[in-house]
Design a protein around this ligand. Structure first.
Ligand code: URA
Length: 238
């Protein structure tokens, strides 16, 4: 990565303000991998060479995470403590500038896979309708599913209430009388609940199990794992 001023690096990665950086240097908390001395906090160094309390900086080129969103959590930076998915991440990460944000959102009462990143290009790539990433949902509804729904979802003519354009064709697969797997290729507001509402069903449980090639695997609710940036499908600038 290109050399940057030490004070700038610490502020970008959420460690401390530019003003505090001077105190951190005096306290000996900052060092360089090769042992050379730090003359002042305006000195330019490569971020990968800087150690803080002898530890390298994590996710230097940005983070790309899979998070298993638990039920009852909200994907909002302003949601209160106790229901804000960002409190599931290390506090230091949330002080980064730019800070991590979700790629799209899941409702409070939806669980499952959500991507989190601090790289703007990823959000665009993974939410843009042009890129059409499949999103797979496990849906439970309040009444037995009617057979003709499979064809209706596949047709691509469901016009949800308040929308001008119909939904793209979607794949519906029945699992049980009231349960199905739905794959959609866009991400409109409350889309799954509204698509079923169109046919007078109430969604009583909703879980996202996959986006593109990403799955939750063994991740438990509230857990997250970092993905290699190469999988983000965008050009990463160092
Ligand atoms: N569709 C919904 O209705 N809710 C979600 O959280 C995601 C998709």
């Amino acid at each position: 990565m290109k050399p940057k001023r030490i004070e700038q690096i610490l502020s970008r990665y959420g460690y401390c303000t530019r003003r505090e950086t001077r105190a951190w240097r005096r306290q000996g908390r900052l060092s360089l991998r090769d042992g050379s001395p730090i003359k002042n906090v305006s000195q330019k160094v490569s971020p990968q060479d800087l150690l803080i309390d002898e530890q390298p900086i994590e996710h230097l080129e940005g983070m790309f995470l899979i998070l298993h969103k638990p039920l009852g959590y909200v994907c909002s930076h302003t949601a209160p403590v106790g229901e804000n998915i960002y409190e599931l991440l290390p506090e230091l990460w949330m002080l980064r500038n730019p800070h991590p944000t979700t790629v799209g959102r899941l409702d409070k009462e939806t669980s499952g896979l959500i991507l989190v990143t601090d790289i703007g290009g990823i959000v665009h790539r993974w939410t843009s309708p042009r890129h059409r990433k499949p999103k797979v949902y496990e849906v439970t509804v309040d009444a037995p599913l009617r057979k003709n729904l499979i064809k209706r979802f596949a047709k691509g003519d469901i016009l949800m209430e308040g929308e001008e354009k119909p939904c793209l064709p979607a794949e519906l697969e029945f699992v049980e009388e009231n349960k199905a797997i739905l794959t959609i290729y866009e991400g409109r507001y409350h889309q799954v609940r509204r698509m079923f509402k169109h046919f007078n069903y109430e969604v009583v449980a909703l879980h996202r199990s996959r986006i593109g090639d990403f799955e939750l695997g063994d991740l438990q609710p509230g857990e997250f794992t970092a993905l290699p940036l190469e999988l983000a499908d965008i050009a990463i600038e160092a």
